[in-house]
Design a protein around this ligand. Structure first.
Ligand code: AMP
Ligand code: GLY
Length: 431
């Protein structure tokens, strides 16, 4: 069958690489893709939110399944668009409809959902422009640090952790009264600050049953030792050593099952991935999971560590999602360990240059390069984004995976390139 992947990052490269292995694939298209995805399929110059353009392409090219990489087309309703068109409704879209996508599209919606279904999460209260004064007073009663979250999508920048009351009050005013994040901050969730270790848990569901995919840890800050500015993610590791059977049982019983059942009870259809961002907090009973956020897609750069560990045919699993017989499918997971090191442009996550010639991709010894922000220019691979190439190594132990991915990242060069040399090191100390 012909498959179309929407998106252009490292996540979509990892999907393309896995789907290209499937015996069920006839032709793969990636819209818009990057310099690396063209090794697995055909790049199509279409924006993932150009629904009409996608519809035309899908019909002309006998595409039989659409996998949506990023959240934006889902929150904007691409799945609903397909279901509402008689000529497209038979083509499965992997990714939820608008209603389910609100789990990521609205922090207030997702917090209300968690409270309603008894899913452990940080205490919170939401405020709008009309209740700004109450919000400012509420902040006076809260412990510090305190977390402010713009309700809507804010390109990953809508979460602020405030250390002082003054800072929190200034930011709340900026978000609600001065629309700091535009429409996205017309409602703000004020949330208790959780301490512990973060990890990402991924679930694939057909709306009836679910499969728990390999979990991963993401390294969010730009600097060594997880310091400096927040980024889209500087690397990842899967599995996560502390997410043992006891911890994952808590996650499944307290979070995953109530989430799937909650969607059913609320009449929210859901076919796709649920990415649960968790904080594992220390307690006398061991590590306790709390939900920080839901995303309605896979994580990036987590996907680059998660997919290499999946041994089952990904298209077959997606067919299970489409036909609502996921329960009958087998999910085989490798016991090997994957580490991903993200190579970024100098200056990222602030201003950075594009168009730098990239050398050495062919020199990787023990890893795979998943292109993220790259473009082909006259046959030359050039940088075209902040996160440029994810380097993933799958090995028998964490030490080797991290060593190989980091050494191979060093073999790729472009002017100003940077990567963190300490991905996975904290997990070695924990295990
Ligand atoms: P997000 O943009 O929603 O992914 O949030 C960015 C980051 O903010 C998360 O990955 C956490 O590191 C941090 N964060 C969000 N909510 C909380 C919270 N309640 N307590 C502590 N850290 C948080
Ligand atoms: N790595 C975090 C995300 O994809 O949102």
């Amino acid at each position: 069958m012909n498959i179309l992947i929407l998106g252009s990052g490292g996540r979509e490269s990892a999907f393309a690489s896995k789907i290209a292995e499937s015996s069920l694939l006839t032709q793969l298209f990636i819209a818009p893709g990057n310099a690396g995805t063209s090794a697995y399929g055909k790049n199509i110059n279409l924006n993932p939110t150009d629904f009409e353009g996608i519809a035309d392409f899908v019909l002309k090219n006998q595409v039989k399944m659409v996998l949506v990489g990023p959240e934006e087309p889902l929150v904007k309703g691409i799945h609903d668009f397909f279901l509402n068109r008689p000529d497209l409704m038979h083509i499965p879209v992997i990714g939820p409809q608008m209603h389910g996508a609100q789990l990521e599209g609205s922090k207030d919606f997702s917090k209300q959902f968690m409270i309603k279904h008894g899913i452990p999460t940080a205490a919170f209260k939401s405020f709008s422009k009309d209740t700004l004064a109450e919000g400012l007073t509420y902040l006076e009663t809260q412990k510090l640090p305190i977390v402010l979250k713009a309700d809507g999508l804010a390109a990953g920048k809508g979460v602020l952790i405030c250390e002082t009351l003054q800072d929190a009050q200034t930011e709340l005013k900026a978000m609600l009264a001065d629309a700091k994040f535009g429409e996205a901050s017309s409602t703000v969730v004020i949330e208790e600050f959780l301490t512990g270790i973060e990890l990402s848990v991924f679930v694939l569901t057909d709306g009836k049953s679910y499969k728990i995919l390999p979990e991963a840890k993401d390294y969010k800050r730009i600097g060594e030792g997880d310091t400096g500015l927040n980024t889209g993610g500087m690397g990842s590791v899967s599995p996560v050593s502390f997410a043992d059977a006891t911890f994952m049982k808590k996650v499944e019983e307290r979070i995953i099952i109530p989430t799937i059942e909650g969607l059913k009870k609320d009449g929210i259809p859901y076919k796709g991935f649920i990415f649960i961002g968790l904080m594992a907090s220390d307690s006398p009973q061991g590590r306790e999971p709390h939900v920080i956020e839901y995303n309605v897609r896979m994580g990036d750069p987590e996907t680059e560590s998660v997919l290499p560990r999946i041994e089952s045919d990904l298209i077959d699993l997606f067919l299970g999602v489409a036909h609502e017989n996921l329960a009958e499918k087998e999910l085989k997971i490798s016991h090997k360990i994957a580490a991903t090191v993200m190579i970024v442009a100098g200056g990222y996550p602030g201003d950075y240059a594009k168009g730098k010639e990239i050398a050495g991709i062919e020199n990787l010894r023990h890893s795979t390069a998943f292109h993220a922000g790259t473009v082909l220019d006259n046959g030359m691979v050039k940088s075209n984004g902040g996160r440029v190439i994810a380097v993933t190594s799958l090995q028998d132990n964490l030490f080797d995976a991290v060593q190989c991915a980091t050494a191979d990242a060093g073999r790729i060069y472009f002017d100003g390139r940077y990567f963190r040399p300490d991905i996975g090191v904290d997990l070695m100390e924990l295990s």
